[in-house]
Ligand binder design. Sequence first.
Ligand code: UDP
Length: 243
Amino acid sequence: MTERIDILGCPVDVLTMEAAVEHIADCILQQRHCQVVTANAEILYAAQYDPGLFLTMHDAGLVTADGMGVLLAARILRRPLPERVAGVDLVHSLAQRGARAGWRFYLLGAQPEVVVAAKERLELLYPGVQIVGSHHGYFGQEDNAAILEDIKASQPDILLVAMGAPKADKWLHDYLGKCGASVGIGVGGTFDILAGNVKRAPIWMQRCGLEWLFRLWKQPSRWRRTLVLPKFIWAVLGQRFQQ
Ligand code: UDP
C-alpha cells in the first residue's frame, strides 16, 4: 500500500513515476485488478459534486497526480507529492517496460484513425511492445457487450482508456472487472498526443506548471474548463484552513 493524501475528500497516492510503474507491474504479476485514475484539478473538483466519480476515485487502486494543480494543492495542504505522474508519461513508461516484460496492451478511445495512429506510434517507439487490440471511443451502451468481448478475447494485461475524464474513469469502474485485464487506466487525451494531433507543451512549460496555458493557447475552446483551476485552489485553501 502506498501513502495517500486527501484532496477535497478524494485520495491521491504519494508516489513517483517509478513507483507507479512498479505498483502496476506487481498487479499484472499477481493478476490483481487495479484501476488507475490519473487525476487533475478538474476531476478532483468535479468529484465533490458527482457521487459516481467520487466512488470511482475511492475504489481506484491508484490515483496519481496528472497535473501541476494537484501538486500545488498537495503543497498547500502541507503534504507534498514527489512528482507529476501524468497519463501520457505513464503510458510511455509502461510501454517501455512492457516491451521488455511482454505485457499485452489494449487501446480503447479517441477517433478511429487516432487510435490506430497511436498504436503505430507506440509500436515504432517501443519495438516489441504488444498491442493486442484497439477500438475507438465513440460507441453507445448497446455496443458495450461486443467491445468487452473483444477486449476479453485479446487477453490484455493493461487496458488504456482515452475517452476523456471522467467518462473513461467511470467506464473502467463499471467494466474493468468484466474485461479480463488486470490494470485499467484512464489516460485522457493521450492517444491524440501520440497520434501527433495535439502537441504537448515544451518541457520548460511543463516544469513551470504552465502546460494548461499551452493547451489553452492551442485549443482555445477549452477556456471554460480552465476556469475550474481557481475554484479548485480556492476549495483546497478552504480545506487547508479547516484542518
Ligand atoms: N473521446 C472519446 N469518446 C468520447 C469523448 C471523447 O473517445 O465519447 C476522446 C477524444 O477523442 C479525445 C479524448 O477522449 O481523444 C479526450 O481528450 P481530452 O483532451 O478532452 O481529455 P482530458 O485529458 O482533458 O481528460
